[in-house]
Write a protein that binds this ligand. Structure first.
Ligand code: KG4
Ligand code: ZN
Length: 348
């Protein structure tokens, strides 16, 4: 069974074809990073407009790569279902994906399934060989979410803990801005941290009531206060002028110290959840799952070895949506475009 997945929840326009929920035949991602970088973050109107421009060519490329040398009619004849992200994400961006997917499903007479983007990040792991076993403990960490989920089976899961404020990727992006590193912050902090000393600055880990919950907004403020202190300024000084007062060594040390403690907060909670629930497998997903310090600490601290997903399946992509779509076809009836709810704040 071949599922066409479509993903447009944020600043990536993506389409992919996945066979039987385990083998990716194509995985096309058109990133808008260049369009948003000069604004230091995603601009929703620009994102939606860019999705409109590229979504049809991106879908066609996914079909061409999956079924080379075939006509459009022959390609669509090989598609058994269409899956699309219906939330969470930016309203305008989600709308483009859902309307396009729904219209194509109608025209080519295919069943349509609206799926949850966060579940999709966990389901990227079912593209691994061997597939993860249940019960599966999953750490989902991206620009919009930070959570620990225990999957007892497909669609039978329990949210063990989540962030109480900022998502970890958001913290990476904000801290990058504070210390003058380009957007997106995750990869640029990782790069700057390579030359930095993670022990140079001691940042706090938030103490929370929920044993598997996170909080990252205090950490971000702690970095800001420390940068003000290093620069000999106080909170009255405009924060956009702070990066100009830092040198490369300070920037590297700040990046390394922040990254170490932000990642340790994740790893400590995941290790505790592992001890409490003794799952058969542990998986990670979401943009921050690409982080090398996270992979290093997990390899060091977790009693069970993780089969890490490739980097291109961590950040937003449509192969994860097609994979989740496949399992959704086994689980419930299709959606109708006319009644499908687009939900920018959809939760797990
Ligand atoms: O999953 P994703 O592409 O989009 C959302 O669903 O949010 O995640 C994007 C987030 C951004 O905050 C980005 O800074 C972060 O993932 N990210 C990373 C790395 N690569 C991307 N964070 C830390 N280290 C990385 N290597
Ligand atoms: Zn995502």
């Amino acid at each position: 069974m071949n599922v066409l997945g479509i993903e447009t929840s944020c600043d990536e326009t993506a389409a992919a074809v996945v066979a039987n929920g385990r083998r990716s035949l194509s995985n096309v991602v058109a990133s808008q990073i260049d369009l948003h970088a000069r604004f230091g973050g995603v601009v929703p109107e620009i994102a939606a407009r860019s999705h409109i421009e590229v979504i049809l060519p991106v879908i066609q490329q996914a079909l061409d790569e999956a079924f080379p040398g075939k006509s459009k009619q022959q390609q669509w004849a090989k598609i058994d279902a269409v899956a699309v992200t219906r939330g969470p994400g930016l309203m305008g961006s989600l709308l483009i994906g859902v309307l396009t997917a729904g219209t194509l499903a109608e025209v080519f007479d295919k069943p349509l399934f609206g799926v949850n983007h966060i579940e999709g990040h966990a389901y990227a792991n079912f593209l691994l060989d061997p597939q993860p076993a249940f019960p599966m403990l999953s750490l989902i960490v991206s620009g919009g979410h930070s959570q620990i989920v225990l999957f007892k089976d497909h669609f039978d899961y329990q949210l063990l803990g989540q962030t109480q404020d900022d998502a970890i990727g958001e913290a990476f992006d904000k801290v990058a801005r504070i210390i003058g590193l380009p957007y997106p912050g995750g990869p640029s902090i990782q790069r700057a941290a390579e030359k930095g000393n993670p022990d140079k600055y001691l940042f706090p880990i938030a103490k929370l009531k929920g044993p598997y919950d996170f909080s990252f907004s205090g950490l971000k403020t702690a970095v800001l206060r420390r940068v003000q202190e290093i620069c000999g300024q106080d909170y009255n000084f405009p924060s956009r002028d702070l990066p100009g007062l830092l040198d490369e060594t300070m920037r590297g040390d700040l990046a390394a110290s922040f990254q170490y403690i932000a990642v340790k907060a994740l790893v400590d909670k995941l290790v505790a959840a592992y001890g409490a629930y003794q799952p058969a497998s542990v998986t990670i997903g979401g943009g921050v799952a690409a982080n090398l310090e996270l992979r290093r600490q997990l390899t060091q601290d977790l009693p069970l070895a993780i089969n890490f997903i490739p980097m291109d399946l961590c950040t937003d992509n449509a192969a994860m949506i097609a994979t989740l779509g496949f399992y959704t076809t086994q689980h419930r009836q299709p959606d109708k475009l006319s009644t499908m709810e687009i939900d920018p704040s959809l939760r797990m």
